[in-house]
Design a protein around this ligand. Structure first.
Ligand code: URP
Ligand code: ZN
Ligand code: ZN
Length: 471
C-alpha cells in the first residue's frame, strides 16, 4: 500500500494560539493534512515527539539582513547566516526589510533585496518596504503596485539622518496604506530631540557608548509615539509601533486604544533582559557598544512595565529586531568614528536565535504567560497582522507544515556558539534559559536539528503576502 503521509510527527503535545492537545501530525507535500491522536503507521518518515511541545514555527516579523548602512558600515548577517540563526532559534519564517535609499526607486530597492536573498535563505521570507524617499512617483505608483504584488507592509522612521520622514510625508504614506490595506510599522523616536541631546552630550565630553541611552530618553519615544498615533488617527488607519521599550510609550498606546484608535505594538527581548547599564560596558569602556540599539534598553521598572504589556495584551508581537554588527570590526561596532562618539555607532543588536528561548523561559516557565500567549506573540499574530495566516502561524489542516519541536525542560546557557549568526557576540551571553527548540521543520522538511542546519541555503522561499490582517 502507498504510504499515506510523507511525514508523521508522533506523540507530541500540539500548542496553538487557541489550544493545547495531544496529537500526531500527518504531512503530505509540505502541508498538514491530518491531526489525530493516533495516525496509522507506515508513512515515509516519522519523528518521535514524545515529551516535546509541537509549536507553529516561529515567525519573526522584525529582522534586518544585509541592509545598507552607509559608508564603511556592514551588517554582520546576510540571508544565509541570518536565516540559519533564525532556524536555530525555532523560526520557520522571517520578514526582513527592503530599504529604499534616498533617490532610489522603491521597485529597484525590492529588486536589490531579492538579489541578496535569492538562493540564500534556509527559511521562508517576505519583505517589508522601508520608505525613505516618498516622492509622488513612489506614493502614487510604486507603493500601490508593490502592495498589489504582495509587499503589504511598510516601515517608516521618525529619526535617523538617512531615513527620517517629515510629518507631512508620514501622513502621505499613511494615506496610501489606508487606501490599499498595507500595515505601517513606525519607528517612533523624535529626530530633533535626539540631535539636540546628542550635541549637548558631545559638548560635555560625554561620548562613550552609554550616552547613546541618555540621548534617547523615554520622553523622546513617548512624544514620537503620541505623534505617530495622532497621525494615524487623523488618517484613520491602523499602525504598528515597533520596538516599544518602556512604560511611557506604552501609556500612549493604551490611551489611544481606550479612545478606539487601532494601534498595534511590538516589543523585543532586549527590553526584557537588558538595561541601559549594559551600555556602560566595563567601566564605561567601548564594550558597551555591543548593546547599542534604538530605542535603548532602559531600567528594571521598564522591564516590569513591558511584562505588564506582554501579559495584558498591550503587545501583539514579540520580535527580535535582529540588526547585527560585529563588535571587533572596523565596519561594525568598532568603526573608527564610533570610537570617538556614540553618535557614529551602528544601532542594533543580534537576537534571532535568542528571541523565543528568552520569552519561553522568562514568560512561560516563570508563570507569567500561557503557552497560548507565547504562540500568539512569537508566531500567530505575526502571520495574522502581516497577511500570512493561516498558511503560516498555526498548526491546522491545510497550513504549511511549519513546526518547531520544543523541549520545555531543556536548560541552556545562551552563548555565542548557539546563535549561528554572523556577529561575533551575543548581547544575551550567559543568560540561563529553560526550554529550547530541538528541531525546526519548514514545509515538512527538517531545516535545523540537534544544533546543526539540515538543509542547504536556498530551501527557503520568498512569499508574497495578503493585505494586512486585523486582530
Ligand atoms: O537599533 C536598532 N533597532 N536598529 C535597527 C533599526 C531599527 O530601527 O529597527
Ligand atoms: Zn526601528
Ligand atoms: Zn529594526
Amino acid at each position: 500500500m502507498e504510504p499515506q503521509f510523507d511525514l508523521v510527527i508522533r506523540g507530541g503535545t500540539v500548542v496553538t494560539a487557541a489550544d493545547t492537545f495531544s496529537s500526531d501530525i500527518g504531512i503530505v507535500d509540505g502541508k498538514i493534512v491530518a491531526l489525530a491522536s493516533s495516525l496509522p503507521k507506515g508513512s515515509i518518515d516519522e519523528i518521535d515527539a514524545t515529551g516535546l511541545l509541537v509549536l507553529p514555527g516561529g515567525i519573526d516579523s522584525h529582522v534586518h539582513l544585509d541592509q545598507y548602512q552607509g559608508e564603511g558600515i556592514v551588517m554582520a548577517d546576510g540571508f544565509e547566516t541570518g536565516s540559519r540563526s533564525a532556524a536555530a532559534g525555532g523560526n520557520t519564517c522571517i520578514v526582513p526589510y527592503a530599504l529604499q535609499r534616498k533617490g532610489q526607486s522603491l521597485r529597484d530597492a525590492v529588486t536589490d533585496y531579492h538579489a541578496k536573498a535569492d538562493g540564500n535563505s534556509l527559511l521562508d521570507y517576505g519583505f517589508h518596504l522601508i520608505i525613505s524617499d516618498p516622492t509622488p512617483a513612489v506614493l502614487g505608483q510604486e507603493l500601490p503596485a508593490l502592495i498589489a504584488d504582495g509587499y503589504t507592509s511598510v516601515k517608516i522612521f521618525m529619526t535617523y539622518d538617512d531615513l527620517v520622514l517629515k510629518d507631512r510625508e508620514i501622513l502621505e504614506v499613511l494615506s496610501i496604506a489606508r487606501q490599499y490595506g498595507a500595515m505601517v510599522m513606525i519607528h517612533a523616536e523624535g529626530y530633533d530631540q535626539i540631535k539636540f541631546l546628542t550635541d549637548k552630550l558631545e559638548k560635555a565630553g560625554k561620548t562613550a557608548p552609554y550616552y547613546h541611552a541618555e540621548s534617547r530618553p523615554q520622553l523622546v519615544e513617548r512624544e514620537a509615539t503620541h505623534r505617530a498615533i495622532a497621525h494615524a488617527e487623523l488618517v484613520d488607519v491602523p499602525v504598528m509601533i515597533v520596538h516599544v521599550s518602556g512604560e511611557e510609550a506604552m501609556e500612549q498606546i493604551e490611551w489611544a486604544r481606550s479612545r478606539g484608535i487601532k494601534v498595534y505594538a511590538e516589543t523585543c527581548p532586549q527590553y526584557l533582559v537588558l538595561t541601559a547599564d549594559h551600555l556602560k560596558g566595563l567601566n564605561m569602556d567601548h564594550s558597551g557598544a555591543k548593546y547599542v540599539c534604538s530605542p535603548p534598553p532602559r531600567d528594571h521598572a521598564s522591564q516590569e512595565a513591558i511584562w505588564r504589556g506582554i501579559v495584558n495584551g498591550t503587545f501583539q508581537t514579540f520580535a527580535s529586531d535582529h540588526c547585527p554588527f560585529r563588535y571587533e570590526d572596523a565596519e561594525g561596532k568598532s568603526n573608527p568614528k564610533g570610537r570617538t562618539s556614540f553618535r557614529w555607532l551602528p544601532n542594533g543588536i543580534p537576537g534571532l536565535a535568542a528571541r523565543m528561548p528568552i520569552l519561553f523561559s522568562e514568560g512561560v516557565i516563570k508563570g507569567r504567560i500561557s503557552l497560548q500567549r507565547f504562540v500568539e506573540l512569537t508566531s500567530t499574530n505575526h502571520a495574522k497582522l502581516f497577511g500570512m495566516y493561516p498558511k503560516k502561524g498555526t498548526i491546522a489542516i491545510g497550513s504549511d507544515a511549519d513546526v518547531t519541536l520544543w523541549d520545555p525542560q531543556r536548560k541552556v546557557t545562551l552563548t555565542q556558539s548557539l546563535m549561528h549568526h554572523g556577529s561575533d557576540y551575543t548581547p544575551y551571553e550567559g543568560i540561563e534559559v529553560t526550554g529550547w527548540p530541538v528541531t525546526t521543520i519548514l514545509r515538512g522538511q527538517i531545516i535545523f536539528d540537534d544544533g546543526q542546519p539540515a538543509v542547504t541555503k536556498g530551501f527557503g522561499q520568498f512569499m508574497t503576502r495578503q493585505v494586512a490582517g486585523r486582530l
